[in-house]
Design a protein around this ligand. Sequence first.
Ligand SMILES: [Fe+2]
Ligand SMILES: [Fe+2]
Length: 286
Amino acid sequence: MALVSLNETRLADHVDRLGLEHPPIDLASVDYSVRRPDLFNARYGHVLDYMARVELEVDRNVVELTTLLPDPPEIDRRFYAEVWQPQEIRHGQILDELQVQLGRPAAEPDLTSLGAKMKILGALAHLDPFQDVCRMLYYLTGMATERSAVLAYNLLHDGVVEMGESAVAQTVIAPIRRQEPGHYAFYQLSARGLWSQLAAWQRWMVRRMRSLSFAPVGANNAQQTADFGDMLATLRIDQDVDNFAGQISRVERELLWAHKRGLKVPPYVAKAFREAVELAQVRRAA
Ligand SMILES: [Fe+2]
Ligand SMILES: [Fe+2]
């Protein structure tokens, strides 16, 4: 019991601190000036579009969340209402404005459609014993998503600096990437806390359902999966995709697959990333 309440206290402190230290980025602080717009667009335009869409889709994530967690713990509700959603929406607005200023069409986020998987999970979530299974799946998705964001924004930042586009690096990418580790930490703390409370059958269920439902962030159909693969290629992640897959699933492997000694990356994660890289290659060749 003590362990549970210690974790709850840490989570509450974490959410308080994020709220205080990381207000949504002030739009007035952003400088969209780009020295060589054509070159910048050719290299990173599609990455901005992918990221803007995923960030703006936070509003659908909130719908998914309320479907998955009909009765969420108060701390989850506070995190997404006070910290997560306001920050992510702003990330999306800024990235989208940047791509529009580069002459690209605005992102087309899907804010409403709930996939079949989500509907099934949502129905299960109303059965009490499945609540925590669904919550665990939700935290695992959050962890992988936020860790992907941390790594991708780091690489994007380096690339933008390398191109000499310092206004965008300093006032767009740097402030956004500064907010992602706090999101990751929230989901990681939540996942560790909940995993320790799950019964053996619930853990088994989580492993099964996660293996069946894993997808890279924002990749909900073949076209988006290829877009994701393109982004990996631009950020040069495609050359060592297993390493990236390993990094975004490190804690997941540690929790869910602790009994599988020697496993470096959960196979469904490695497979999904390799498929995205391949799909993008095939599309480019066509
Ligand atoms: Fe974000
Ligand atoms: Fe985030």
